[in-house]
Design a protein around this ligand. Structure first.
Ligand SMILES: [Zn+2]
Length: 141
């Protein structure tokens, strides 16, 4: 699973905008039905398969259409389950053809610049590769 590095807020109507780049990569068109279910701490959005495979036990498989501007309404029961309130920020990940959303936790980001990709843990804090390079440059100079 890869982080897209994109963090988007849920609006007051529990909608989230799916980044255009992602829609393009995954061939998601406006009005496309997406299957939405919960996998651990993640909300999974998946292009609705022709032959719906029943999701694993405990998963709430709900089908919602992407609106003309690329938004999808997150089902209330899923928001409740994952403690997602309007205006909460969700981090967007991709795994294969699935879009995974997870409540954004700044603790997952670089302590210096907020980058969430390519971070390593050092003394219990996260630092990204870019900042590590900047720091080592400081030492060289
Ligand atoms: Zn950084």
């Amino acid at each position: 699973m890869k982080s897209t590095g994109i963090v988007r807020p849920v609006d007051t109507l529990d909608r989230i905008v799916i980044p255009k780049e992602l829609c393009n990569t995954l061939c998601i068109e406006p009005k496309e039905p997406l299957e939405i279910f919960v996998d651990g701490a993640f909300i999974v959005l998946q292009k609705h398969p022709e032959n719906t495979i029943k999701t694993a036990k405990g998963n709430l498989g709900i089908v919602r259409k992407v609106d003309p501007v690329g938004r999808v309404v997150l089902p209330k029961e899923i928001c409740k389950k994952l403690n997602i309130a309007p205006k909460d920020a969700l981090e967007i990940f991709v795994e294969g053809t699935k879009i995974m959303l997870c409540k954004y936790e700044p603790a997952r980001a670089c302590i210096f610049c907020g980058e969430v990709q390519d971070t390593v843990s050092f003394e219990g804090k996260l630092v990204c590769q870019k900042c590590i390079k900047s720091i080592s440059k400081l030492l060289e100079g």
